[in-house]
Design a binder for this molecule. Sequence first.
Ligand SMILES: Cc1cc2nc3c(=O)[nH]c(=O)nc-3n(C[C@H](O)[C@H](O)[C@H](O)COP(=O)(O)OP(=O)(O)OC[C@H]3O[C@@H](n4cnc5c(N)ncnc54)[C@H](O)[C@@H]3O)c2cc1C
Length: 487
Amino acid sequence: MQKYDVIIIGAGVAGLYAAMNIPVAKKVLVICKDIPWECNTFYAQGGIVTALDDNDVPAHVEDTMAAGAYHNVKKVVEILSKTSLETTKDIIQKGMVFDTDATGKLLYTKEAAHSAARIIHAGGDATGRYLHYFMMSKNPHHLEQNMLVYDLLIDDGRCYGIKATVNYEPKTLYADNVIIASGGVGSLYEYNTNSRTVSADIHGICVEKGIALQDMEFMQFHPTVFVDTPLARKLLLTEALRGEGAHVVDDEGKRFLFEYDERGELASRDIVSRGIFDYKRKTGKKVYLDLSMFQPKQFHQRFPNITKTFEAQGYKLPQDRVPISPAFHYANGGIACNSYGVVPGIKGLYVVGEAARTGVHGANRLASNSLLEGMVFAKRAVDYMLSQENHNTKMPKFDKDYGNILHKDNDKAYKHQLRKIMWEEIGIIRTTKGLHHAKNFIYDLKNREIGRLLQLRLNTASAIVDAALLRKESLGTHYIENEEQDI
Ligand SMILES: Cc1cc2nc3c(=O)[nH]c(=O)nc-3n(C[C@H](O)[C@H](O)[C@H](O)COP(=O)(O)OP(=O)(O)OC[C@H]3O[C@@H](n4cnc5c(N)ncnc54)[C@H](O)[C@@H]3O)c2cc1C
């Protein structure tokens, strides 16, 4: 029987930075369900926040809290910002290359709702790709791809390992410690910017085991996404474009966002998303991202990834304006944990990265805080875990297995229906009536002949709708319309 010191579920920024901080002497297994670069980390564009120096920490904390509608846990936001200084230094020292000017000084950009230019980037707009490649090359532990975790071995307040399919074969793997770094919930939504691997399986397992999810009503929608593509993953136009001057306009070129917030394009994501959604609905007009103020040469240098991606879609940037819509982007809420990633009540279980609800983001994430959160709290979790000397002396049997019923015949059609209802009823603007409709729909699906993985998605969808129903007032990304008329 195999037993590991640590199993890490996920090979994005959080899982890989955790792995980088565990000594080689430990027996560690890093798992990802597909090819390693199919993760949200790889697709990140804009960059990584770093406080500029100690003096900038209070301003970064305040920007994060203001974007999060002050629903954030301030102590944890302070940890994020203070630790950013050593984290950035650490990855640069280990070989991560960020964009610099001709003299070798880091280039900083500004994104919406930041009061200073404090975002560093790599490869222009390919920060995620560069960061992922760098971390894959620095991971000293074994990484197993195409391994899908479908259960956690939990008994009497302790985690003993996982169940997973390895090349479609069900396997039980024991470990003293399990770190969940499985990302967010993007695949639950019809329009989303996320990798196909990010489908809330582990959140669903937690719901089943009675492990709390928190702040699940706060789902973030990115305002500028090109959704006119048959691909499941819709194409993001980074916030840095607006930060550096791009305009959001209607068919006639009117910049209507000032009707919603005096900061116009630079208001926080929830406000801009709602503004675009509402304006489209109210006027029936199309909305575009206008990039024509950029010089082509500079634009191609600064945003090479976007230039190429949109060229393949038939757009010549920055000359052509791009039709945009908001789309699901990021889970502010997640599996509840403390600031060391410890999952309360379950010994040997940790959660880091987008899967975790640390309290950093509150009701709405400030742009480019998540890659940083993934690193800062992964390292804290690992440092704490290594200080604990947690050894499972027993290896109890876990007989219940779902390995051969992960999928059933109608799952694909049901998943599609689920995605549609999540987008329509638990999306940017919610109504109590719509939330009840979604809740009933999810309940009905749960009682059909479905496979294990759809069951797990439905568990997570239930947690989102229940949290949204509990919060009667609008806050951050949770926006309830016409409450009185609906009740
Ligand atoms: C298009 C896009 C652009 C973004 N741009 C930025 C940006 O500029 N700056 C910023 O800070 N943030 C950005 N974000 C957000 C940020 O990229 C993510 O929040 C962050 O990368 C999440 O990292 P993670 O390690 O938690 O998860 P991910 O990188 O999503 O990795 C999840 C891992 O878990 C694995 N996994 C999931 N389920 C299972 C399972 N059941 N079994 C086995 N393995 C599993 C996956 O295979 C994957 O390896 C962006 C996100 C997107 C989608």
